[in-house]
Design a protein around this ligand. Structure first.
Ligand code: GLN
Length: 203
């Protein structure tokens, strides 16, 4: 049984639950999703991976940051202690990992520029290539950020030549919403990392 934490701040959380359900069925894993709302939810749990959904990073910081529940600071602390811990961070989730704003170093080294594709009306479906394969996955970019720096060797997803997904150790950060696509390839990556990784947030 894999225990996957789902950070309940904003974003299409049910779509992530559905995607994990489909991915785990394909892979033959039993998965339990644990909703993470407070620092205690993290401390008390034995998670093997975490999903940090998108939304609006400013709002997520207000709700989950120091002035709110503090769950984000707890997540950043845990991830700095366990750099190999599997995380799937999508869109605003990727922004938070690149720029945690808690006084500590970034969780991922890639840097992002918020809303860099334009306004909400400029949101689009992008043809995402995964690990330079010929096949493409159609994914939603919703007022998405853009990577301003991403190491080639960490890039796992591209639209054309542009990096839109990176993987640093088991930290998977995507500027788009894989949970809204029919493919479960990125959720499968997370489960694969969780299954092959003995790391837990708390033993
Ligand atoms: N524009 C949002 C932000 O800056 C991210 C959008 C998303 O997560 N879909 O936080």
């Amino acid at each position: 049984m894999l225990e996957i934490g789902l950070v309940m701040l904003q974003g299409s959380r049910q779509a992530h639950v559905d995607a994990i359900g489909r991915a785990s069925e394909r892979m033959g894993f039993e998965v339990n999703i644990r909703e993470i709302r407070t620092p205690d939810d993290l401390l008390e749990s034995t998670l093997q991976a975490l999903i940090l959904p998108g939304g609006e990073s400013t709002t997520m910081r207000k709700v989950g940051g120091q002035g709110g529940t503090g769950v984000l600071e707890q997540i950043y602390r845990e991830l700095r202690e366990k750099p190999n811990f599997p995380v799937l961070a999508t869109c605003a989730g990727a922004i938070l990992l690149a720029d945690p704003q808690d006084g500590g170093p970034p969780i991922i080294k890639a840097t992002v520029d918020r809303n860099a594709w334009g306004r909400q009306i400029d949101s689009f479906l992008g043809r995402v290539s995964v690990n330079d394969q010929d096949e493409h996955v159609e994914c939603a970019f919703i007022r998405a950020p853009r990577f301003t720096s991403a190491r080639e060797e960490c890039t796992i997803a591209k639209v054309g030549d542009e990096p839109v997904g990176v993987r640093e150790n088991n930290l998977i950060a995507l500027t788009f919403h894989p949970e809204l696509s029919t493919s479960t390839i990125f959720h499968e990556m997370l489960l694969e990392a969780a299954a092959s990784n003995g790391n837990r947030v708390k033993a």
